[in-house]
Design a protein around this ligand. Structure first.
Ligand SMILES: NC(=O)c1ccc[n+]([C@@H]2O[C@H](COP(=O)([O-])OP(=O)(O)OC[C@H]3O[C@@H](n4cnc5c(N)ncnc54)[C@H](O)[C@@H]3O)[C@@H](O)[C@H]2O)c1
Ligand SMILES: [Zn+2]
Ligand SMILES: [Zn+2]
Length: 379
């Protein structure tokens, strides 16, 4: 079969990408689904900063084998199922997962599939968890980004990388469940286990941070502090329920947050990927507070925190990968919350783009000019 896809050919191209064009739209060969695999049509896919990190090289180059089809946050429609897949049928709507957890390793058995030991091996090799590569261009294999490869009209994925949702969840919002919502809201519900009345600050208001903010609101947080360098993002955060919003560029940022929250927040979420953002996310917590880190900067970045303050003030610093999610449990819950308006993530989907617009769209993401762009492959 043939399908259209955006292929990434080089890492670290000069910006603007609209001129250097690291991604090109190509007709590629796609194999039908093998055992345990599913062929799906991508209906909508979000553009996440982690895709940008593969393009600009913040993600280690050796973990992005070229050429590769990026995209790891999407909603699709099942077209065909491979041997042994009997619980999905053509026409089903599915959310994609970027951690193809195995269900059998030590971490999966502990109920922590986000930390599956086997998943990073396949993601690093650019294959499906079956070991297969299902795309070719001019006879040359084209890799799958984290087992998803959503920047395409059709893709092949493992059954275990998919969760079925109801058909009535709006498409743009459904596209954001697989990363922004699982990561952002999951950091609040699962990693922090936020209790009603506790206070929150979110540093970095992209798709992930704004999803954390919406999760905090749904979970009954008292104070919800929004922090970013971008005024439009602070304004949207206020509309989405932030009780206090302040620029990270304001030299009084930390002092203002501490004053507004009676000495700091219970939980701060760092979702920006900048050292300065991490410093703020640490300093705005109260004594005994917890800083949860969700961003993924370059691998040589170290945490800027004072050892003594962690001890003397009993602070906690916790990483949150994939929102500490159990996707088969969480995706249907979030899909309902999205549909009922309790997680109004459709509000952050601010722009639809086609495959041919991706280079310019990643320029916009790199420059912080967008909230969450949605790829509609047929556009
Ligand atoms: N933990 C995970 O499993 C996981 C999953 C997906 C994405 N991520 C990571 O989460 C991060 C956020 O992703 P996104 O798609 O929401 O990114 P994004 O680029 O849409 O948003 C980042 C936000 O941070 C803001 N920002 C930049 N510098 C700042 C500073 N110094 N202080 C405050 N705000 C600042 C930007 O203005 C922007 O609004 C990225 O690092 C991404 O790689 C992690
Ligand atoms: Zn992502
Ligand atoms: Zn596992």
């Amino acid at each position: 079969m043939k399908t259209k896809a955006a292929i990434l050919w080089t890492i670290g191209a000069a910006r603007p990408y609209a001129d250097s064009r690291p991604l090109t739209v190509e007709e590629v060969d796609i194999d039908g689904p093998g055992p345990g695999e599913v062929l799906l049509a991508i209906r909508a896919a979000g553009l996440c900063h982690s895709d940008l990190s593969a393009i600009d090289g913040v993600r280690p180059r050796e973990r992005t084998p070229l050429p590769i089809i990026l995209g790891h946050e999407a909603v699709g429609e099942v077209l065909e199922t491979g041997a042994g897949v009997d619980d999905l049928a053509p026409g089903d709507r599915v959310v994609t997962l970027f951690v193809p957890s195995c269900g059998q390793c030590a971490m999966c058995l502990e109920g922590r599939p986000a930390l599956c030991v086997t998943a990073p091996q396949y993601s690093g090799a650019g294959t499906l968890a079956s070991g297969a590569i299902r795309f070719r261009h001019g006879g040359r294999p084209v890799h799958h980004y984290v087992g998803v490869a959503a920047f395409a009209e059709m893709t092949v994925m493992m059954r275990r990388s998919l969760v079925k949702i109801d058909a009535d969840v709006p498409t743009d919002a459904a596209a954001l469940i697989g990363c922004a919502v699982l990561t952002g809201a999951g950091a609040v519900f699962n990693t922090a286990r936020l209790r009603p009345g506790e206070s929150v600050a979110v540093v970095g208001l992209g798709g992930v941070g704004l999803s954390a903010l919406m999760g905090a609101r749904a979970a009954g947080a008292s104070d919800i502090v929004a922090i970013d360098v971008s005024e439009p993002k602070l304004a949207l955060a206020r509309e989405l329920g932030a009780t206090f919003a302040v620029s990270a560029s304001d030299p009084e940022c930390v002092a203002k947050v501490r004053a507004a929250t009676g000495g700091g927040v219970h939980f701060a979420f760092e979702m920006a990927g900048a050292a300065q953002a991490m410093e703020i996310a640490y300093q705005v917590t109260r004594r005994g507070g917890t800083t949860i880190i969700g961003s993924i900067p370059a691998s040589d970045v170290r945490l800027p925190v004072g050892h003594a303050s962690v001890v003397a003030e009993e602070r906690t610093i916790k990483g949150s990968y994939f929102g500490s999610s159990v996707p088969v449990r969480d995706v249907p819950r979030y899909a309902r919350m999205v549909r009922d308006g309790r997680l109004p993530v459709g509000r952050i989907a601010d722009r639809r783009v086609g495959l041919g617009d991706l280079n310019a769209a990643f320029d916009a993401l790199a420059e912080g000019r967008t909230m969450r762009q949605i790829l509609v492959p047929g556009l």
